[in-house]
Design a protein around this ligand. Structure first.
Ligand code: ADP
Ligand code: MG
Length: 303
């Protein structure tokens, strides 16, 4: 077991930022820690990385206790903090050798630095000062420093926040590749990110776990529903759509397009088609959309 979290609570003064959180993560999993701002994600990650102690409960990383064996834990954990603090005046290579030097001798650190530059795609920017890099490349430096000592477990706190769409895709790919060899826990408040990178998702809200499942299985946790986007060749009275069985709402989505929301799994596309035929209206297109994970996230974290 790579990470064992048992009944962990964290109190900041009287505020309970984490409330009896438990989960286990096997080697090789890529787990998304998902939750709205203030849910307790960063707090959980800091505890696993030995940056702050838990108030109650216990955490083990690769079998080592974060409290009594913190040096062993640190050797096995790579941590990319939320705001990725770097030294802007240091050169990329210089900085990575410096961080590597904390864990190994200078020769090894220099060797690992070159490997990390290669793995994280930093080669074209490796001669620059960190302060001169774009946000995407700074994140790569952050990932490189987190992995320099080849830890078994990587903790990445909102690794893609603030990136543009191209950088986002590149960093996600990079994390997916890293995830083939390591246990990765990443936090995000973006559902699609979890779908794109993680095979398991732990949703936390107000310091408590509200869901913990395979990314694919999560869909089954909530009331089934689906939406059908339909386009007709001419106007239709939305009341007749609304009157179809299982339809819960009908929304206009421009032109002669309608978004029809339905409860349950029953496919009502046939009903819509027959309705159109009976009114002498042609269906130009019809598309069924499964309930999205985004909605599931909202359902689970509302209150
Ligand atoms: P997330 O990363 O999910 O946005 P955090 O773990 O950063 O959430 O914060 C969880 C809660 O704990 C928030 O209400 C936050 O204000 C509070 N908190 C975090 N760090 C501290 C701190 N050092 N002192 C007091 N309260 C804190
Ligand atoms: Mg946070």
């Amino acid at each position: 077991m790579s990470v064992e979290v048992e009944k962990v609570s964290k109190l900041y003064g009287s505020q309970r930022a984490l409330d009896k959180v438990s989960f286990n993560i096997n080697a090789g999993q890529v787990v998304g820690l998902l939750g709205p701002n203030g849910a307790g994600k960063s707090t959980m990650m800091k505890i696993i990385s030995c940056y702050i102690p838990e108030s109650e409960g216990s955490v083990k990383v690769c079998g080592y206790s974060t409290v009594t064996q913190s040096l062993d834990v640190r050797r096995n954990v790579g941590y990319l903090p939320e705001h990725n603090p770097l030294y802007p005046d240091m050169y990329v290579r210089e900085y990575l050798r410096f961080v590597g030097g904390i864990y190994m001798n200078a020769g090894e650190a220099a060797k690992r630095t070159e490997e990390m530059i290669e793995i994280t795609g930093l080669t074209p920017e490796s001669k620059k000062k960190i302060g001169a890099l774009s946000k995407g490349y700074r994140q790569r430096v952050g990932l490189a420093q987190a992995m320099i000592h080849n830890p078994a477990v990587l903790i990445l706190d909102e690794p893609t926040s603030g990136l543009d769409p191209n950088q986002l895709a590149e960093i996600r790919n990079l994390i997916r590749n890293i995830g083939k060899e390591k246990t990765v826990i990443l936090s995000t408040h973006i559902m699609q990110e979890v779908e794109a990178i993680c095979n398991r998702v732990i949703i936390i809200n107000k310091g408590k776990i509200v869901a913990d499942d395979d990314t694919g299985m999560l869909r089954h946790k909530v009331k089934p529903s689906h939406e059908i986007l339909v386009e007709f060749d001419k106007q239709i009275d939305s009341a007749v759509l609304k009157a179809l069985p299982h339809v819960t709402s009908v929304k206009h989505s421009g032109g002669n397009k309608w978004m029809v929301s339905c409860s349950g799994d029953d496919d009502i596309r046939k009903d819509i088609f027959n309705l159109a035929v009976s009114k002498n209206i042609t269906v130009l297109s019809m598309q069924k959309e499964e309930s999205r994970l985004e909605d599931i996230f909202q359902q689970l974290t509302q209150s």
